[in-house]
Design a binder for this molecule. Structure first.
Ligand code: KG4
Ligand code: ZN
Length: 334
């Protein structure tokens, strides 16, 4: 069978990235230009700045990716691009670049949903096995999705308010950890002890999540302790927060696997890099003989390799678009 090369582009938030992936699973070259150092100064991503940076970066990142792979655009079978969800000004740069390349080089254009990309980051580790449950935990999403097959997405539940990554970053911010604070909280959680009592987030029988309560509880706790002149034991607070969050994530994920009688779990999104969450899910899966796949740490956060991997299956299914493709700030996974 002829090899299929997909050129992927991702620009939904603050990473400009391009990647070439062969047959949906073999990464040939990936370039990621991160803007974190710029947005750090503002404590979060500033959409206008992100968009302007994408404009500056995109052609360089495209060229660098081809150079790294030692390939030409002519050799690509299709151009896959994140069309949403994300920041419109950011998405637009990637989508326009992809449309231009598709037009000039006469290649099929493949729109990829950002969350589908995160799920298919696992395909770069090993081919997805169906049916599966995907737990998507990122800066913008917290979702449990059931997949019977490629591109068959059934959302079981999601966050009713804050995304988990957003919650990690807010908790980090209140204890003076620079953006994005998730990785530091994760590190401190191992070093600290679970001594602060925090409320358990939405502990019901649904597959939904709610993290705004625990976020507010942490913020209030820090302010109250400061007012009393007490020092915050930051590592203990990180451990208390992370342990509480893991409890609910593990419970709902296992419930989804058991209710649906599914034996495969994949983890996706930036927060999938979290060691505490990985360890707990690994343990729970091993106990129940559930096969699990976790994405490589470098492909947990936004990157174009996952978009190209997802794009390969979309290409196989004929899910192409014409040049009227527009980006969408929000869209259901389908
Ligand atoms: O997937 P991503 O790049 O952005 C979205 O598509 O939303 O995820 C970024 C998020 C940030 O909130 C960051 O703090 C979080 O992932 N993150 C972590 C860890 N590494 C990244 N959160 C907890 N523990 C980590 N180790
Ligand atoms: Zn993402």
């Amino acid at each position: 069978m002829k090899d299929v090369y997909i050129f992927g582009i991702e620009s939904s938030c603050d990473e400009t990235s391009c990647s070439i992936v062969k047959n949906g699973k073999e990464e040939i070259a990936t370039v990621i230009s991160s803007q974190i150092d710029i947005h750090k100064n503002y404590g979060g991503v500033v959409p206008e700045i992100a968009s302007r940076q994408h404009v500056k970066n995109i052609t360089m990142v495209i060229d660098e990716c081809l150079e790294k792979a030692n390939m030409k655009m002519e050799e690509m079978d299709a151009i896959a691009v994140t069309y949403g969800p994300g920041l419109v000004g950011s998405l637009l740069i990637g989508v326009e670049a992809a449309k231009t390349l598709a037009y000039i080089y006469k290649k099929p254009l493949i729109p990829v949903h950002h969350i589908s990309g995160h799920i298919y980051a696992n395909n770069l580790v090993e081919e997805l096995k169906f049916p599966l449950i995907a737990l998507i935990i990122s800066g913008g999403h917290t979702e449990l999705v059931y997949m019977k097959d490629h591109y068959s997405f059934e959302k079981l539940g999601g966050t009713l308010d804050d995304a988990i990554g957003e919650c990690y970053d807010k908790v980090a911010r209140v204890i003076d950890v620079p953006y994005p604070g998730g990785p530091t909280i994760d590190k401190w959680a191992v070093e600290g002890e679970n001594t602060y009592k925090l409320p358990m987030p939405l502990n019901d029988n649904s597959y939904n999540f709610s993290f705004s309560g625990i976020k507010s509880a942490v913020i209030n706790l820090v302010h109250n302790e400061e007012q009393r002149g007490n020092e915050i034991r930051k590592k203990d607070l990180a451990a208390s927060f992370q342990n509480t969050v893991i409890e609910i994530i593990a419970k709902k994920t296992i419930k989804a696997l058991e209710d649906k009688n599914v034996k495969n779990l994949v983890l996706a999104g930036g927060v999938a890099a979290n060691k505490g969450i990985r360890n707990r899910l690994r343990e729970e899966c091993e106990k129940r003989d559930i096969h699990y796949t976790f994405p490589e740490i470098k492909y947990c956060t936004d990157n174009a390799a996952m978009i190209a991997a997802s794009g390969y299956y979309a290409y196989k299914l004929g899910r192409t678009s014409d040049l009227t493709l527009n980006c969408k700030s929000s869209d259901t996974l389908k």
